[in-house]
Design a protein around this ligand. Structure first.
Ligand code: ACO
Length: 464
């Protein structure tokens, strides 16, 4: 992979100009500047607007050329009709990367202007993200150069999106769901930098553990490059893609949305399998898997143990395991005997291991500890239905403790949890997620997350 070092100017710029920084709250150019300041970007910020002296307390410049300092990146938020002159100014200033927010290019048939935009930028050695995007976030550098939600939570998941509105909406959703992100990259028309190049860049980013992509389609002729590139990226870290436009009608909708050729879905499906990309059916699944892959180690094998306090939850998880190809381990005799110590006589030491409704947090603790210890167990899924004898927060703390103890002893296995119940259960689930254990509100999602880890782990093992 030949990653262009110019892309550093996009993710880790030392200084940023906001061209078209507006004086009016609510306008895109104002909100981008405000997000940059309020999210705590530590580099220099230079608002550029010929009409203004100062915006949000920062001195304003008539042109980037008037800025008495080097500028790495410019966010451009001025109308398409006047963009070329500004791009020339940026080139003459020696700016390395442009984040072009502006719409009105190939997405509305204005192909010629888009070509001129790229040609002009390239003639000065500048790279372009966009046009027609909401911006870029890179949380390790406290940079939120978007007009989306401000308080993006820091974490290890990078999110690359070809859809602007969906991307912005999902930024808000990740905040609500407490999903930690390393980067959010809006791709728009991909006139220059495309999703493949961004994924390659993030493959070497130490702050990104998992790459997620919302993709509608690639540009014509990019198929082979996509496969070759993703083969390399997936050997470094997991890539999860939601590829929409699966149906014929959906593909037609994608064509009129981003001008993408959605292509035959089967071809995309085969291509993704070939290069180890995990294909999620929808956004929820994508982030469920990403949360698990960002926090859990690779699985040594496919043998899973489900530990539950509810028979029904266990049955649903078993069905899900069969659906997702997760192997339910028939516990060896010694493990069965160990499990039996932590359940009443009417419990079950088979898989799913049913501790019954009498299970207390300490019984869970012992059973999960036994599963961590036993070498035949490769992955663990814990299910919990709210009962009066098992406080959910206490259980969450116990699980965090069990995992910590195992890790301290050099044993690290993927674990996922499903907690079913009311408000206090939801709080406990959040506590688990904040402490590196992926937790979900239904058994199927916990099993699906484990299945994704197993699938990715086996792919990496085969590739090595
Ligand atoms: N250099 C710097 N600033 C300039 C220049 C210049 N040469 N010329 C004008 N400006 C200033 C203007 O004075 C204005 O500042 P003010 O508000 O203080 O007067 C500011 O730049 C913006 O210019 P406007 O002409 O007011 O443009 P406006 O803000 O209305 O629109 C925009 C610009 C946002 C880029 C618009 O053309 C556009 O493309 N909107 C769509 C953006 C978008 O949706 N992108 C895709 C996102 S993804 C999604 O779907 C959510």
């Amino acid at each position: 992979m030949n990653v262009d070092p110019q892309l550093d100017a996009l993710f880790k710029p030392k200084s940023i100009a906001v061209v078209g920084a507006s004086r009016k709250p609510g306008k895109i150019g104002y909100e981008i500047l405000r997000n940059l300041i309020e999210y705590g970007y530590k580099g220099k910020i230079y608002p550029v607007n010929p009409q203004a002296k100062e915006i949000l307390g920062l001195k304003c410049y008539k042109s980037v050329k008037d800025v008495p300092d080097e500028i790495d990146m410019a966010v451009i938020s001025i109308p398409a009709q006047i963009i070329l002159d500004v791009v020339k100014d940026c080139g003459e200033k020696g700016i390395k990367a442009l984040v072009v927010i502006t719409s009105g290019f190939s997405e509305v048939g204005n192909v010629e202007l888009e070509e001129k935009l790229v040609k002009t930028a390239r003639s000065y050695g500048m790279r372009i993200l966009g046009p027609n995007i909401f911006g870029i976030v890179y949380t390790p550098h406290d940079m939120n150069a978007t007009f989306g939600p401000k308080d993006v939570i820091k974490g290890g998941i990078a999110f690359i999106t070809q859809s602007g509105a969906l991307g912005i909406a999902l930024m808000g959703w990740t905040i609500l769901e407490e999903i930690g992100l390393s980067a959010v990259v809006s791709m728009g028309n991909m006139a220059d930098i495309d999703a493949i190049e961004v994924a390659e860049y993030l493959a070497d980013d130490p702050n990104t553990k998992v790459i997620t992509i919302y993709l509608e389609g690639l540009k014509p002729g990019k198929g082979r490059e996509f496969i070759e590139s993703m083969k390399k990226v997936t050997m470094k870290k997991p890539v999860i893609i939601v590829k929409s436009g699966r149906s014929e009608r959906g593909a037609a909708a994608a064509a009129s949305h981003t001008g993408s050729l959605a292509g035959s879905d089967l071809i995309y499906d085969v291509a993704m399998k070939q290069c180890g990309v995990l294909r999620a059916l929808n956004i929820e699944e994508m982030f469920d898997w990403a949360r698990a892959l960002a926090t859990q180690p690779l699985a040594k094998g496919n043998n899973t143990v489900i530990i539950t306090n509810g028979g029904g939850a266990g049955v649903m998880a078993t069905d899900a395991a069969v659906d997702y190809g997760v192997e339910l381990l028939d516990p060896p005799q010694d493990l069965k005997e160990e499990f039996r110590k932590y359940m009443p006589w009417f419990g079950s030491a088979k898989n799913p291991v049913d501790l019954t409704g009498m299970a207390t947090p300490d019984k869970y603790y012992e059973a999960v500890r036994a599963a961590f210890k036993h070498p035949a167990v490769h992955t663990i899924t814990v299910l919990y239905c709210r009962t009066a004898v098992c406080d959910p927060m206490e259980l969450a703390k116990m699980l965090i403790e069990t995992r910590k103890e195992a890790i301290n002893k050099g044993i690290n296995k993927p674990i996922s949890v499903a907690m079913i119940g009311g408000v206090d259960v939801y709080e406990a689930m959040k506590h688990l997620n904040r402490n590196g254990i992926p937790a979900y509100p239904i058994p199927e999602r916990a099993v699906s997350a484990i299945a994704a880890i197993i699938k990715y782990s086996m792919y990496v093992k085969r590739g090595k």
